[in-house]
Design a binder for this molecule. Structure first.
Ligand code: NOJ
Length: 522
């Protein structure tokens, strides 16, 4: 298996296209807007971007309901704009990864419309249909929509019919097809075609939406693992510099399947939630997740994270990378309920962990999560994390020249913004920039540098871990809590970066309320 070298120092920036920068003044962010801001992205030190979907869509799930996989949605520009974005990004040394909505389409996709017909055609089995309109298969299928006698399986919302890649275990043989059925193979062939199309235009990789969802009734994940392995083989042979990134949240499976990177995010793994979002807007009961470790009350427990993380890390460390993102378009922003000082400590953690960091647009300035926003395009509670980027004070916070009423979502004109933070040496933005630069120039802090956690007592406060590579050794100490925390250790070290009250002595390190230090041991 081939791992592109560029991943070793990669730091991704996740751009939500409709909310990043509106170049043509129609109120919606577009591809030319992203191209316009590439200098900012480069200047921050990001080496790659992941763009959420920008395809033709019916926009009932923010673009994750695609109507045409081969076409840039009108509101974002044209395919030529995408090509230009890639060309200019590449000139600046930035890779461009796009979203691949592999598991479903929109109800308005031409394929689905044809699949709804009674007469047999090329698309009859392109989607999963039961054998009759009353069979809704454990509530997973929707009846009464189509002319044909059957109910279609949804993959997420009702408006996202599942593409048919087959069933690993067949319990209703009259309508379930095995993955090797020619019609299921055809769905896969089309998927590969889509990937090759965007690679030809300049894409450097794909973040695969719901990557584990493609094969149905695959209880142990073995068939979906084989499915993606086949695609990875194609990548290794034909596109060895391109990467596959999964929304799987089960790195040991995803990386065995051939993904280069898997996100550690959703609630299926308490790992991520227990770090930052145990008390998020979805009101996940605390009984289950306890309290966030990164919380000034200091009553989280790092074990909840380490129990999952270390196991997954050990299983994957020489073959692929785990990503701990700052957030994404599905999660409450990490700034929610936190000060910039607390955020800086979180960035110190994310930028010094193994694997590949992803920063959600705006998190570098501590952009606000807006609770209780009216849902936009199926966003619901996620809408408050999707508001336009705040570039500067004044009209539309510099996001758009358009009229306010036209804006994709209301913009916070008086909130934090890029321009102000660029001019302030101690701003979150400038600290993030420094942390990114440190990571990129320090081998021990790169994606494959080893890690060892040194303090697992008393909930793990302060968090102390060592990163190393060859002869280089770094110690990272972080105290997210409001109380002083001590760690005993004989130390002979240089402080490379810090924030808050940090004291080194013969006995060890003392970290005041919400502080961190990055030390060079060797
Ligand atoms: C995960 C995406 O991140 C989310 O935004 C979307 O709603 C679902 N997959 C369905 O595509």
């Amino acid at each position: 298996m081939i791992t592109p070298k560029w991943l070793e120092n990669a730091v991704f920036y996740n751009v939500y296209p409709q909310s990043f920068y509106d170049f043509n003044g129609d109120g919606i962010g577009d591809l030319n807007g992203i191209t316009e801001k590439l200098n900012y992205i480069k200047d921050m030190g990001f080496t790659a971007i992941w763009l959420n979907p920008f395809y033709e869509s019916s926009y009932r799930d923010g673009g994750y309901d695609v109507t045409d996989f081969y076409k840039v949605g009108k509101r974002y520009g044209t395919n030529a704009d995408f090509k230009r974005l890639c060309t200019i990004a590449h000139q600046k040394g930035i890779k461009v990864c796009v979203d691949l909505v592999a598991g479903h389409t929109s109800l308005e996709c031409e394929w689905f419309k044809k699949s709804c017909c009674t007469e047999k055609n090329e698309y009859t089995n392109r989607y999963v249909w039961t054998d009759n309109w009353l069979n809704i298969y454990n509530g997973e299928c929707i009846g009464g929509y189509a002319q044909r006698n059957g109910a279609y399986m949804k993959n997420f919302f009702y408006c996202q019919p599942a593409l048919n890649y087959g069933f690993a275990n067949i319990d209703e043989p009259s309508w379930q097809l095995p993955p090797e059925h020619p019609d299921c193979r055809e769905t896969k062939r089309e998927l590969i075609n889509i990937m090759e199309y965007w690679i030809t235009l300049g894409a450097d990789g794909f973040r695969v939406d719901l990557a584990a969802s493609l094969i149905k009734n695959d209880y142990d994940g073995s068939v979906i693992i084989k499915f993606w392995q086949e695609i990875r083989t194609i990548f290794d042979e034909k596109y060895p510099e391109c990467v596959l990134i999964s929304e799987w949240s089960h790195p040991s499976r995803a990386i065995a399947a051939g993904f280069h990177i898997d996100f550690l995010i959703h609630a299926v793994f308490p790992a991520y939630t227990s770090l930052f979002r145990a008390e998020d807007e979805r009101n996940i009961p605390r009984i289950f997740f306890g309290n966030s470790f990164f919380d000034t009350r200091g009553n989280g427990n790092i074990e909840t994270f380490l129990n999952d993380y270390l196991d997954e890390y050990e299983k994957t460390k020489d073959r692929g990378f785990i990503s701990i993102p700052t957030g994404n378009h599905d999660l409450a922003r990490i700034s929610y309920g936190r000060t910039n000082k607390e955020l800086e400590a979180i960035f110190a953690f994310i930028m010094t962990m193994p694997g590949i960091p992803f920063v959600y647009y705006g998190d570098e300035i501590g952009m606000e999560y807006i609770p209780n926003m009216p849902s936009k395009e199926g966003g619901f509670t996620r809408t408050g994390s999707r508001t336009p980027m705040q570039w500067k004070k004044g009209k539309n916070a510099g996001f758009s020249d358009g009229e306010k009423e036209l804006l994709y979502l209301p913009v916070n004109e008086n909130g934090v913004n890029v321009e102000e933070q660029l001019g302030d040496e101690n701003s979150l933005l400038n600290k993030v920039k420094k942390l990114i630069a440190l990571r990129k120039t320090t081998q021990a802090l790169s994606a494959s540098g080893a890690i060892e956690f040194l303090n697992r007592k008393d909930g793990g406060y302060p968090l102390v871990y060592k990163r190393s590579s060859n002869d280089e050794e770094y110690l990272i100490c972080i105290n997210p809590s409001n109380e002083d925390k001590k760690f005993e250790m004989k130390l002979c070290a240089d402080v490379i970066m810090q924030n808050g009250n940090v004291k080194l002595s013969e006995e060890g390190i003392m970290l005041g309320a919400v502080s961190y230090a990055i030390l060079k041991l060797k």
